[in-house]
Design a protein around this ligand. Structure first.
Ligand SMILES: NC(=O)c1ccc[n+]([C@@H]2O[C@H](COP(=O)([O-])OP(=O)(O)OC[C@H]3O[C@@H](n4cnc5c(N)ncnc54)[C@H](OP(=O)(O)O)[C@@H]3O)[C@@H](O)[C@H]2O)c1
Length: 257
């Protein structure tokens, strides 16, 4: 595959950092964005001379636009833009404050909206490009109700992604728009969640250990090489989602056991 220019938000740790290293190893050129400068620069230096670190808060539209501008100034174009930055929450629906709601929507939905609105005009000019939004399986199934408005935000992100894809598909068939839905992933995500991550009664269900960031990143690399609308990084998840929507009551009944 030809080397690509790839922008990754949320690249200072977790999935984004591992993805950056995997892509750098095969020769892609990277623009890496996040707020923590030291961590971001460490990832960037691990990725070699073809990586650029841009300190940015993706909840700020001007910062997201600056990421694009720096990418174009340095590499001339962008092939793939990955809205990966995100944050969880550990609070059930009835306990949510307005501030909780706004924070989850800002970091998980508006950030990606800014990314889409910022890079798609460039993709239109080129007639090609690949926009990838990192969502979550929790956007489809309420496995963890304490994630409440995080799940809602990811469901909103899934919806925005699908609508953008529908808007572009006829006129711009070479612009791909994808959503990625990982299960639980062994990063600092749980620790970084707003209000932390409560241990569910009885502990996490067996089999909910999830995936490593290496597995998720490898699945995203494959998605870049073979664009498609949706990716469950854990292949078993698609069948589970189908079962959930086929009979929500039965699925929830079994989840409670
Ligand atoms: N881990 C999981 O269980 C899991 C499961 C499904 C989906 N996901 C999704 O996968 C994506 C990556 O999560 P992760 O597991 O890698 O989490 P993580 O280890 O907590 O990393 C989150 C990344 O997002 C960045 N970030 C957070 N807020 C930001 C902001 N306002 N502006 C710029 N960057 C920001 C963080 O960098 P700074 O703090 O330096 O800004 C960090 O690089 C998220 O969208 C998450 O929702 C995770």
């Amino acid at each position: 595959m030809a080397e690509k220019v790839i922008v990754i938000t949320g690249a200072s740790g977790g999935i984004g950092a591992v993805l950056a290293r995997q892509l750098a190893a095969r020769g892609d050129k990277l623009v890496l964005a996040a707020r923590r400068e030291a961590e971001l620069k460490k990832v960037s230096s691990d990725c070699g001379t073809n990586a650029l670190a841009v300190v940015a808060d993706v909840t700020q539209r001007a910062d997201v636009e600056r990421v694009r501008d720096e990418a174009l100034r340095t590499f001339g174009h962008v092939d793939v833009w990955i809205n990966n930055a995100g944050r969880g929450i550990g609070r059930q629906v009835l306990d949510l404050t307005d501030a909780d709601f706004d924070e989850m929507m800002a970091v998980n939905v508006k950030s990606a909206l800014y990314g889409m609105q910022t890079i798609i005009p460039h993709f239109k000019e080129r007639g090609e490009g690949h926009l990838i939004n990192v969502s979550s399986a929790l956007g489809r199934i309420p496995f963890a109700s304490f994630r409440s408005v995080y799940c809602a935000a990811k469901a909103a992100l899934n919806s925005l992604t699908a609508n953008l894809r529908m808007d572009l598909r006829k006129e711009y068939p070479r612009i791909h728009v994808s959503v990625v839905m990982p299960p639980m992933v062994t990063t600092d995500f749980a620790r970084n969640a707003l209000h932390g991550t409560p241990m569910p009664p009885g502990g996490f269900r067996p089999g909910s250990e999830g995936q490593t960031p290496e597995q998720v990143a490898a699945a995203i690399v494959d998605l870049i090489d073979h664009p498609r609308p949706e990716l469950y990084t854990n292949p078993g998840q698609a069948e589970m989602v189908a079962r959930y929507y086929a009979d929500v009551a039965a699925f929830e009944e079994n989840m409670g056991r």
